[in-house]
Design a protein around this ligand. Structure first.
Ligand SMILES: CC(C)(COP(=O)(O)OP(=O)(O)OC[C@H]1O[C@@H](n2cnc3c(N)ncnc32)[C@H](O)[C@@H]1OP(=O)(O)O)[C@@H](O)C(=O)NCCC(=O)NCCS
Length: 182
């Protein structure tokens, strides 16, 4: 069975980005990110109402890291500590050596390849460091930007479930993409 270990926290660099731990200092940025109807359009979670709720979310992220259940990184540019997005392995199936990756980025930073750059690096981390066998991403079929990111990073579409999820008063489709260890 796969055993995860996020201690010490893995700070990761790419060409342009620094992926670091989310801290309480990020509360305002996390609130900005998770209260924005545009960036939350395809994420079936309630919009945050205030920075208190952002702090609760940060505490949740932290406790998953502490208990080695899951990991999220703050996406930042190397020359600026401001959190621009969050990316991480949200849900892991240790018995299957499989984990689900998810991400969100502030709208003003969309279309610059930021999430693709972070995801490409975290795929390597997932297979080489976490020892995953497969990575999964679950998207709304209308989330074309997210689909493009997954395709650019080599993910393959495996399933489209019709009206499988009930959220916000309606039934929603979901599409599963996955990537296998080479
Ligand atoms: C999905 C998301 C993470 C993409 O991040 P990003 O850093 O902008 O992604 P990239 O710049 O690496 O790539 C986006 C690609 O999608 C394309 N794209 C953007 N909007 C698009 C649209 N409406 N239709 C088709 N393609 C689109 C871009 O042109 C780009 O492709 P290219 O590299 O060939 O030019 C970002 O849009 C986001 O945070 N959305 C809100 C949260 C969300 O939906 N998260 C995913 C939940 S599964």
């Amino acid at each position: 069975m796969l055993e995860l270990n996020f201690n010490p926290f893995p700070v990761i660099e790419t060409d342009r980005l620094l992926l670091r731990r989310v801290t309480n200092d990020d509360a305002n940025a996390v609130f900005e990110l998770r209260s924005n109807p545009e960036s939350m359009k395809f994420i079936p979670r309630p919009l945050l109402k205030n920075t208190e709720e952002a702090l609760e979310l940060i505490a949740e992220i932290d406790s998953k890291i502490e208990t080695n259940i899951g990991i999220n990184w703050a996406i930042t540019l190397k020359d600026n500590p401001k959190l621009l997005g969050i990316i991480g392995y949200y849900r892991t199936q240790p018995e299957n050596y499989r984990s689900e990756i998810g991400y969100i980025l502030l709208p003003e930073f969309h279309g610059k390849g930021i999430v693709s750059e972070a995801l490409n690096r975290l795929i390597k981390y997932g297979f080489e460091d976490l020892k995953l066998h497969s990575i999964e991403a679950i998207i709304d079929p209308e989330n074309f930007a997210s689909e493009k990111v997954l395709q650019k990073c080599g993910f393959i579409k495996e399933a489209h479930f019709k009206e499988s999820d009930y959220y916000g008063g309606r039934f929603r489709d979901k599409v599963i993409y996955s990537l296998l260890e080479k």
